[in-house]
Design a protein around this ligand. Structure first.
Ligand code: UGA
Length: 422
């Protein structure tokens, strides 16, 4: 099929590249010229395992093209995916400027039948608005994406479900055909329900994490182990074992923003959503909790604190809304000198932080440290040489619960973590 993708962020690029890999003819459109030029040189500005290789191979095979020209890009497209950014406004509502701009241009240039597919995460009734704008020009569908950063390619090809929301049989048929090779259960819905499926899924996952973090604090007070508690809770199939890892809290470009946007939607419809308010509050407090563990261990003023991990999660260079960045700023505000290491996210972190000494080697970052904080659960931290850490400092605050508390204490560490401090 001939598919145009508007927006080459995580979702747009991964969708374009993976659909190309499935054999479709893809053209990715982005207004940022430097991005398009980078793709055409075989460079991938986004770090995500497997993604750069697929950009290069599909571009070489000419299944994947890039352009800054929307008019040209949508010329022959049967399907036009809108994957532009939907940032937050100051009041938490979603800023739909880029969506509106894309729709305006589609309306202006579309000269044949196509299905316009809303893939960006948006508040309910956005697609209805798009439909009104494009009436008699195109059919509209909502097809939310559930892929995660760090595992985007893997998630695209192995989704738990595909959601197709539309009231057009033709659009439904085309999208069903597009995804057929993935052999995944498809849920067919109306436009509004499809949008809420995405909003409600992200908020539910954020809620699971905050719930684990809430229980973790009780575990610390009551001398229990949150790891074991959540393993026991998650074994109930109705609950599920994933997204119950307590730690420093969730970050990234999705959960914090999407939760607030969903709250704003409830507000607009006069439905009390204090449950979601609680989820957000717990997450904000979680950084404070990790900070309190640091301060219980030493007075941070003028001390050297090494922070391991800057990305909001492993396998990405993304530091947007990273709890690690929030923690570092709080440590600095209290007078700490911060050294930091991350396998991929240093360049992005440099744009967010000042007066931090960055290291390309985790062991070098430990030199002279009074205390170490683990802020991202990169796999390489789990296998660190603990003796090398101990040569520098015995004080470790594990904001991601990656180490075994018994072992750490056995080795003589002054070790604290989240919900496992028995
Ligand atoms: C999230 C959703 O998981 C995707 O399904 C969705 O498509 C995406 O948002 C989106 O809307 O675009 P993502 O933000 O890439 O994906 O990352 P997650 O793997 O969900 O992690 C989010 C945050 O939660 C990270 O900071 C992670 O460290 C934290 N987390 C995750 C925990 O603290 N505990 C857990 O048990 C799981």
């Amino acid at each position: 099929m001939k598919v145009a993708i508007i927006g080459t962020g995580y979702v747009g690029l991964t969708t374009g590249v993976c659909l190309a890999e499935m054999g479709h003819d893809i053209i990715c459109i982005d207004k940022i010229k430097s991005k398009i030029e980078a793709f055409e040189k075989g460079e991938c500005p986004i770090y995500d395992p497997g993604l750069p290789e697929l950009v290069v191979s599909n571009y070489r095979e000419k299944r994947l093209l890039f352009t800054t020209n929307l008019k040209e890009g949508i010329k022959n497209a049967e399907l036009i995916f809108i994957c532009v950014g939907t940032p937050a406004k100051a009041n938490g509502e979603t800023d739909l400027t880029y969506i509106k701009q894309a729709v305006k241009e589609i309306k202006e240039y579309l000269d044949h039948y196509a299905v316009v597919v809303q893939k960006s995460t948006v508040p309910v009734q956005t697609a209805q608005w798009i439909k009104q704008q494009l009436i008699e020009k195109a059919d509209v569908a909502v097809n939310p994406e559930f892929l995660r950063e760090g595992t985007s390619v893997q998630d695209f090809f192995n989704p738990d479900r595909i959601v197709i929301g539309t009231d057009s049989a033709r659009a439904n048929g085309l999208l069903t055909e597009l995804y057929k090779p993935l052999n995944t259960p498809i849920i067919h819905t109306d436009l509004n329900s499809a949008e809420i499926i995405k909003n409600a899924s992200n908020s539910f996952l954020a809620m699971k994490i905050s719930y684990a973090n809430l229980v973790a604090k009780l575990c610390d007070k009551a001398k229990a182990d949150v790891h074991t508690v959540m393993a026991g809770v998650g074994m109930d199939k109705r609950i599920g074992k994933e997204f119950l890892d307590a730690g420093i809290g969730y970050g990234g470009s999705c959960f914090p923003k999407d939760l607030e946007s969903f709250e704003a939607t409830f507000k607009q419809h006069n439905v009390d959503a204090s449950l979601l308010d609680g989820v957000r509050k717990i997450n904000t407090e979680q950084v404070e909790y990790v900070l309190s563990l640091v301060e219980k261990t030493l007075d941070v003023k003028d001390k050297v604190i090494t922070v391991l991990g800057l990305a909001f999660k492993p396998n990405t260079d993304d530091v947007r809304m990273s709890q690690s960045i929030v923690l570092i700023k709080k440590l600095q505000a209290k007078g700490a000198k911060v050294k930091a290491y991350d396998p991929k996210a240093i360049e992005n972190a440099k744009k967010e932080l000042e007066n931090v000494e960055f290291f390309e080697d985790k062991y070098l970052a430990l030199k002279g440290a009074d205390l170490v904080v683990v802020a991202t659960n990169w796999p390489e931290f789990k296998t660190m040489d603990l003796y090398k850490i101990k040569e520098q400092t015995n004080k470790v605050i594990d904001g991601r619960n990656i180490f075994d508390p018994e072992r750490m204490k056995g080795l003589g560490f002054d070790y604290k973590c989240v919900g496992r401090n028995k």
